[in-house]
Design a protein around this ligand. Sequence first.
Ligand code: ADP
Length: 428
Amino acid sequence: MTLLLGCIADDFTGATDLANNLVRAGMRVVQSIGVPCGPVDEGVDAVVVALKSRTIAPREAVAQSLHALQWLRSQGTAGRAVQIYFKYCSTFDSTPQGNIGPVTEALMQALDCDFTIATPAFPDNQRTVFKGHLFVGEQLLSDSGMRSHPLTPMTDANLVRVLQAQTRRKVGLIDHVAVAAGEAAIRARIAALRAEGVGIAIVDAVSNDDLLRLGPALAGMPLVTAGSGVAIALPANFGLQPTPQAAALPPAVGLQAVVSGSCSVATRAQVAHFIASGRPALALDPLRLAAGEDEAGRALAWAGQHLASGPVLVYSTAESSAVQAVQARLGVEQAGALVEQALAAVAKGLAGMGVRQLVVAGGETSGACVQALQIAQMRIGPQIDPGVPWCHAASPVAPQGLHITLKSGNFGTADFFTKAFAALAVTH
Ligand code: ADP
């Protein structure tokens, strides 16, 4: 068993984001949907356990995270503990109660560890931390759109204060002066904070260079808590360097399809681009779904006529006015669930028809499709666009496995749907 890093991510697409960064820095990574039942595959350096614990009750988030921790620790080699990485959002999404604080605290206790760091910095994605304050692009977190997030409104950019409100451990700061001075200065700052009784330190980082200077100081730390940014600097601590081998997947085979339930701006452009390129595309009609018509069956019959000549697209993607009209008729949740279930049935049906290269657009849509395909684990492969890698997964519908990529709404360039298949062909 060679597991070096065990990661616990508080949501699904965040887990993929983390896994993608680890692969690019040289680790071979498997993402697991929930806590795995069996042992880790041979030849895997890191496992990312994807939970859905960001906004559930703190007690439940702690229980799920400790369950994941127990499994990850059981995969370690005798004599070498698996380093644990608790991954949260780069905008530090949390409610006043948590769950970043309570989960960090519980993991520290379980690992018998009296110090860890916390930093959502992800400079590649315009998330930077300076003097303990989180910036989203040019704005303080509290001035950004996160201010009015429906589930986790973030109205304070001072992360020391935000985290202190969620934990009994004393929260401190490793500021940019220490980070800029490198490993020795960071270690000295950690020693000083520990002497003051600080248990968790927010870390400033405004560039990838800052993260790369921080990385060596985290070697041997039992628990690291962060967004996905810190991941770029950890594989080097285990002697790993970036290599295409880390992203190697089995050869791509079979038919190609795209299923899109995202109505985000980037996805709408991608759907329009695919259609404009003259490829076959079929729209599902939510109102016909609500009327009980077999839209999934209609889509699959249609796909059967086109799949042999190249990728097909089945989508519910629509302009916001059309989505709002449907939501007004059906209710927001009911409309979402109905469309997700139909697209998930389409994804499963397509796999049953021999599709082995599947692009799914939309975070919630991805969750529904992965569930319908009964995918438990995904091996993370090469990046198509920032934050979106190809993956390979086994499914009862595709026992030899299929290539799948899960694109969250606003990721990817306009030509993503065609570029993705081209990337797979080039890789192999
Ligand atoms: P994103 O990653 O862009 O947020 P998601 O898949 O997470 O995409 O969310 C999109 C939501 O919108 C899903 O619940 C989906 O079922 C729903 N949806 C998709 N198309 C339509 C539509 N035409 N009308 C109403 N709701 C839709």
